[in-house]
Design a protein around this ligand. Structure first.
Ligand code: FHN
Length: 680
């Protein structure tokens, strides 16, 4: 009996642990499943800014930022509330256009930076119900989405240029005092509105936060807001702009425990796939998010369809924007592009929806997406440049498909031939689609692609020795390598486990099968270095010397040639001692104590540019105008005190500087005050 109880307890414990572990993992996967399947959504930027439509006095290049870019005083901008009356708005029309374009979710601005609420909120008079329109747009759109089977999602700006408790003010708003502003009150207001948005409109697919980059918003606030939203709708997906971990417009989440379910590249597409990372590129059809009546720089339908294929072939989602007019209709160029995309998606949508990243490194004629099918893999070749000779060459693939056909003519099998590591597909002379033609290859199991082995190590420099791993996920191969950069052959050293280096090496590795190479060769250089010697006989005190400067720069200035505004000693890299929020710079210099000799990685995470030196060596280069972005570098250090210098500048917008390090027995962390000193 006793054994049965113990067994039961173990099973329960195991299930509980298993359940919790898998449940978290599965709930995360379950939560993300519809979004990963969707691949394509509509972004809608709509609000009071549609009234000026990008024009203010002689300026015509404004849009949703117009209150700031045209420096419109609050009371003047608020007059738009009396004008907003989009009488032509029809939620069903909008949702049908999104659905017909092959989009599976809509993300609409419930509140943009101007603070105007496009929904009926009892926490403000600055909402849609204060306009002549007096209809809850969010409710109508949510209902239409449910009617047509799309997910309704909210964009919500943390930054709020209207609410009296939001800080900071715009730097040109000299007449709006801050003495009574209480940021905690603003957070309570924002949470109350989010509660309305998450309790009054049914299940919401995504909460798409934005405006998280100003210094008042912190990692603590971000984590708290993530949990708060999750508590209201446990299955909602939340982007990474809820927290402060986004790397600028590149959009992915930096290391450091920042929260968010997916990365948010903006107006750009990552150069390569990002295995095991959820991300979504958001992009405008012309040059603006909000409606601008004078901007006619529209991306072509071909460009948008090929961008969709490019994004999905790298494992991402595409959130394509529409900026409706003040009347409540989509601009005609947007309608035309949505229709063209829809026509293509009608025939080819299965090559987008539910697909994953390409198994190929690159394909000169287009892209590839893939999905699992019964006991096998289906590859969708997105052919942008159709072969004039009728020979579509798929390079670097060693297995043959069971079936090959045009998605537009499924019944007609295409002939294929093998030329070494290439499959040559005999295709019709005329492309089925001038923008992107899909050729389908069905494989049993996983296609064998010529991807090279991976070579990894903790650092690419070492002091005495280092271990490197040379691995591959491919089946039925051997890996051979050399250490002098020469081309590996079947007679080169066989990989049988980790490889220990005691001297500098150019490690070259290649996969072989039946004595023949079946991959490209990969090369990685590893350098043996001497640790930088520590300073001897120094007189030190705790703290860091700083010099503070004011001015306008587009990159790190020459600090020797600019006047110091103030200087002193501070306990760490704290820029809050600045005298203004924009147009300033800092130099921090001192000594860092290194307990154990080894390889140290340093990081600066900054908005705008920054640099980290040890002695005269630039270890981290993070210069330039950018929102929070992290850069890193490594250096070999002997134990003792090492001179360091941190330089930083901020031009406009958000401003923040985080300096971290990691090394032997030190996990990545902000450099603690306990190891910072200055020379007396
Ligand atoms: O400032 C906003 C901008 O107006 C727009 O909403 C984009 C869309 O992602 N996000 C911010 C700029 O990064």
């Amino acid at each position: 009996m006793k054994r049965i109880i113990i067994l039961f307890l173990l099973l329960t414990l195991n299930n509980h642990v298993f359940g919790v572990e898998n449940e978290m993992k599965n709930s995360n996967d379950k939560r993300m499943d519809w979004w990963r399947e969707a691949r394509f959504g509509m972004f809608i930027h709509w609000g009071l800014y549609a009234i000026p439509a990008g024009q203010w006095e002689t300026g015509t290049n404004h849009a949703e930022w117009i209150r700031t870019t045209a420096e419109i005083p609050l009371e003047q901008y608020d007059k738009f509330v009396e004008e907003f009356n989009p009488v032509k708005f029809n939620a069903d029309d909008w949702v049908r256009m999104a659905k017909d374009a092959g989009m599976k979710y809509i993300v609409i601005t419930s509140k943009h930076h101007d603070g105007f609420s496009l929904f009926n909120s009892k926490y403000t008079e600055y909402d849609i119900m204060a306009t002549p329109f007096q209809r809850d747009i969010m409710e109508e759109l949510a209902n239409a989405c449910r009617k047509y089977g799309l997910k309704i999602c909210w964009y919500h700006s943390i930054m709020d240029w209207h609410h009296p408790d939001y800080l900071p003010r715009r730097n040109w708003e000299k007449n709006r005092g801050t003495e009574n502003a209480d940021f905690e009150h603003y957070i309570a207001y924002m949470k109350n509105q989010l509660k309305e948005l998450l309790q009054n409109y049914g299940d919401i697919g995504v909460l798409w936060f934005d405006g998280e980059w100003e210094e008042t918003w912190t990692h603590e606030y971000g984590k708290d807001l993530y949990q708060y939203v999750r508590s209201l709708q446990p299955n909602i997906i939340i982007n990474n702009r809820v927290d402060i971990g986004r790397s600028g417009m590149q959009g992915l989440t930096r290391d450091g425990g920042y929260v968010g379910d997916f990365g948010t590249p903006e107006q750009e597409i990552p150069p390569t796939g990002l295995p095991d990372v959820d991300w979504e590129t958001c992009m405008t059809m012309n040059d603006h998010w909000g409606y601008n009546k004078n901007n006619h720089n529209w991306k072509s339908a071909t460009d948008l369809i090929q961008k969709l294929a490019d994004i999905v072939s790298k494992g991402g989602n595409f959130l394509l924007n529409v900026g409706p007019t003040a009347e409540g209709i989509f601009p005609q160029p947007s309608i035309d592009r949505l229709a063209a995309i829809g026509q293509w998606m009608q025939l080819n949508g299965e090559a987008i929806h539910g697909t994953g990243a390409s198994p190929f490194k690159d394909l000169y004629w287009g892209r590839c997406t893939q999905k699992q099918i019964d006991a096998g893999t289906r590859l969708y070749l997105h052919v942008f440049t159709w072969p004039e000779d009728g020979r579509l060459i798929v390079p670097g693939i060693y297995s043959n498909p069971d079936r090959t056909y045009l998605l537009s003519h499924k019944i007609n099998e295409l002939d294929i031939a093998r030329e070494e590591d290439k499959i040559v597909i005999q295709v019709p002379n005329i492309a089925p689609d001038s923008m992107n033609s899909i050729v389908v290859l069905d494989f049993k199991g996983r296609p064998d692609i010529n991807n090279p082995p991976k070579i990894t190590a903790q650092h690419d420099i070492f002091i005495h020795n280092t271990n490197i791993s040379i691995t591959s996920e491919r089946e039925n191969i051997t890996i051979h390598y050399t250490l002098d950069g020469s081309e590996p052959t079947i007679n080169s050293i066989l990989v049988t486990g980790e490889v220990r280096l005691t001297n500098a090496a150019r490690v070259s590795a290649r996969a072989f099968r039946d004595g023949k190479p079946v991959s490209r060769t990969i090369y990685v250089d590893y350098k043996k270095v001497n640790p930088r010697p520590a300073l001897m006989k120094i007189k030190k005190m705790p703290g860091v010397r700083y010099n503070y400067f004011e001015g306008s720069w587009d990159s790190l200035p020459d600090f020797q040639s600019i006047d110091i505004k103030s200087k002193g000693i501070i306990s760490n890299f704290d820029i809050s001692i600045r005298k203004q929020n924009d147009f300033f710079a800092f130099m921090f210099e001192g000594l860092i104590y290194i307990e154990e000799e080894g390889i140290y990685s340093f990081y600066t995470d900054s908005d705008d540019g920054s640099r980290f030196y040890i002695g005269d060596q630039v270890v981290v280069e993070n210069d330039g105008l950018h929102s929070m972005s992290e850069a890193s570098g490594s250096v070999a250090l002997s134990s003792g005190y090492h001179p360091f210098l941190v330089t930083y500048f901020e031009k406009g917008g958000g401003n923040q500087l985080i300096v971290s390090y990691e090394g032997p027995n030190i996990t990545k962390q902000a450099i603690p005050e306990a190891v910072l000193f200055y020379q007396k």
